[in-house]
Design a protein around this ligand. Structure first.
Ligand SMILES: [Zn+2]
Length: 168
């Protein structure tokens, strides 16, 4: 992830100063003039549906279960990032062509802005086995009823896209 507040110019190494440019305070290099724009970070997530159950992963170091997904690499299409992260985190393998685009939802987390691109795939269209990857403490299918009846266990943004997917 690149959403780090820069202190020094990545072009020439000079310490940055703050100026108002295009109506917004931005970090600018006093030596070479480079403006360090910062942008919302894209994320790509997958809803794997099995009837009314949804595949969730429990990441290490966090207190909520999440949809599998992550940030696209610099040369990677979001749909490829979604299938790569799905396999890495849950062991479930999907073909990018089988993923259907559901939504793009904006979210904030620790004062950073994200655009979460969510895809849907049916579990029967996937291969592999449900096995926690390196980043996951656990992985399992959750009944939709449980997700909505105990909201403290999941992320609000995931419940938002699940409502869209299941038309609730
Ligand atoms: Zn510079």
């Amino acid at each position: 992830m690149v959403a780090v507040e820069p202190e020094y110019c990545h072009q020439c190494g000079e310490k940055l100063v703050v100026q108002t440019i295009h109506g917004r305070e931005r970090k600018v290099c006093p030596a070479c003039g480079h403006v360090h724009f910062r942008n919302a970070v894209p994320a790509a997530d997958v809803i794997v549906r099995d009837e009314t159950d949804v595949l969730l992963m429990e990441p290490f170091g966090r207190d909520a279960w999440e949809l599998p997904g992550g940030h696209p690499e610099i040369e990677e299409e979001p749909v490829d990032a979604a299938t790569r992260e799905l396999a890495e985190e849950t062991g479930v393998e999907a073909k990018p062509a089988d993923l259907r685009l559901l939504s793009v939802v904006h979210s904030t987390h620790r004062e950073l802005h994200y655009n979460m691109i969510t895809y849907v795939v049916d579990y029967e269209e996937t291969e592999g086995s449900v096995i926690p990857g390196e980043e996951a403490r656990d992985v399992k299918f959750w009944p939709l009823e449980r997700i909505f009846s105990s909201p403290a266990e999941t992320r609000q943004i995931d419940r938002r896209v699940l409502q869209l997917s299941f038309d609730r």
